[in-house]
Design a protein around this ligand. Structure first.
Ligand SMILES: Cc1ncc(COP(=O)(O)O)c(C=O)c1O
Length: 374
């Protein structure tokens, strides 16, 4: 078969290992998954009830315009429904923006490292990913603004950044937006926004409202605990939403996902509770890791980078060793952060489990062939 040549340069996304698989493979009774930045608790009870109530309608296609969900999001954010787009996860929206904007030879400015899908859409469309190194694990917005050329179509600012968890202030983003030409789409990927405890966490919203070329992406996958259903959304100019409507499939957000997201949005008190829970466990994790002599990168998200550079030789076996003991975390070597592990914030119990396993690893304790502690 004659596949498109771009496929030769695309490596399929490798998600964190599934829990059940790790249990079976290592014969473990207890496994904790802190590898995919999921929220450790199930969806809200009201959401579960709404999804169950909608099951009988599954013989019908969903609303292709997601009218109720977009109206609810528009009301929540003080926008018109025309300025709200929804996708099968915010990941789909990133891909659709690529479909709508990118041609061969175009440039996309992004942080390095940042969310891998930004790079993937460049490869897919023959566009050039202009990767601007982070400074102190944080987006270097000055350098990113300087990297914009006449060929730049999109700039991605992931805030907080995945995989580093670092946060740039809304004031810094405002200065950045002022420096970027108005015909360049600035995507503020705020997938982890609800975990941010900085006081300016919502201050990019008025910025988006003022600038046609700014688009904010958020998701129900993280704090709402709905990544299994897949709903993300974008706040953007109506022209951007129309462009996405032209390239998306007709029923991109399924019926249960629409129902769940609509209900979830109504429970901001529980979102606030979860934000506080995440921040408390995040602080606890930093403190306990420091006590173990482990550095972390300051995070505003529900994950953080943990320094394991001194730990094991070869270094890329650290996460494999942790997995064999039931603690699944993400290997920073695969994410552009060699020697670091990206660890999600779980419950306090899950965190203690991970800390115990990490604490048991010694620099010399790995069998080099297996990546298992000897
Ligand atoms: C920075 C960032 N953006 C977007 C996404 C996509 O999330 P979803 O497609 O589940 O909404 C993720 C997922 O982990 C992410 O880390």
């Amino acid at each position: 078969m004659r596949f498109i040549p771009e496929l030769d340069r695309i490596v399929p996304y490798e998600p964190g290992a599934p829990l059940e698989l790790v249990m079976r493979r290592f014969g473990l009774a207890e496994v904790v998954k802190l590898a995919s930045n999921e929220f450790p608790l199930p969806p809200f009870d009201e959401v579960k009830a709404a999804v169950i109530a909608a099951l009988d309608d599954l013989n019908r296609y969903p609303d292709g315009h997601a009218t109720d969900l977009r109206a609810a999001l528009a009301e929540h954010y003080g926008r018109a429904p025309a300025e709200v787009t929804v996708g099968n996860g915010s990941c789909e929206l990133i891909m659709l923006l690529g479909d709508a904007l990118l041609e061969s030879g175009d440039e996309v400015v992004l942080g390095d490292p940042s969310f891998v899908v930004y790079n993937d859409i460049c490869v897919r469309h023959g566009a050039v990913a202009v990767a601007v190194p982070l400074r102190d694990f944080t987006h270097d917005l000055e350098a990113m603004a300087a990297a914009v050329t006449a060929r730049t179509k999109i700039v991605f600012v992931c805030n907080p950044n995945n995989p580093t968890g670092t946060y740039v202030s809304a004031a810094a983003i405002e200065r950045f937006v002022d420096q970027v030409p108005e015909d360049v789409l600035i995507v503020l990927d705020e997938a982890y926004n609800e975990f941010v405890t900085a006081s300016d966490s919502q201050a990019t919203l008025p910025l988006e409202a003022r600038h046609e070329n700014v688009c904010i992406l958020r998701t129900f996958s993280k704090i709402y605990g709905l990544c299994g259903l897949r709903v993300g959304y974008g706040l953007c100019a109506a022209a951007v939403r129309t462009a996405i409507d032209k390239v998306r499939q007709p029923f991109n957000v399924n019926r249960l996902a629409q129902v769940a997201a609509f209900e979830a949005l109504r429970h901001q008190d529980q979102v606030e509770q979860r934000r506080r829970q995440n921040a408390a466990v995040r602080d606890y994790m930093v403190e306990r890791l420091a006590a173990l002599g482990r550095a972390t990168v300051p995070s505003e998200a529900n994950f953080m980078l943990v320094d394991t550079r001194d730990l094991c030789k070869p270094q890329d076996k650290v996460c494999a060793a942790l997995m064999s003991m039931g603690a699944i975390v993400r290997d920073g070597n695969a994410l552009g952060c060699p020697g670091w592990a990206r660890v999600s914030v779980g419950t306090k119990e899950e965190t203690d489990f991970f800390l115990a396993k990490l604490g048991s690893l010694e620099p010399t304790s790995l069998d080099e062939n297996e990546g298992r502690p000897s």
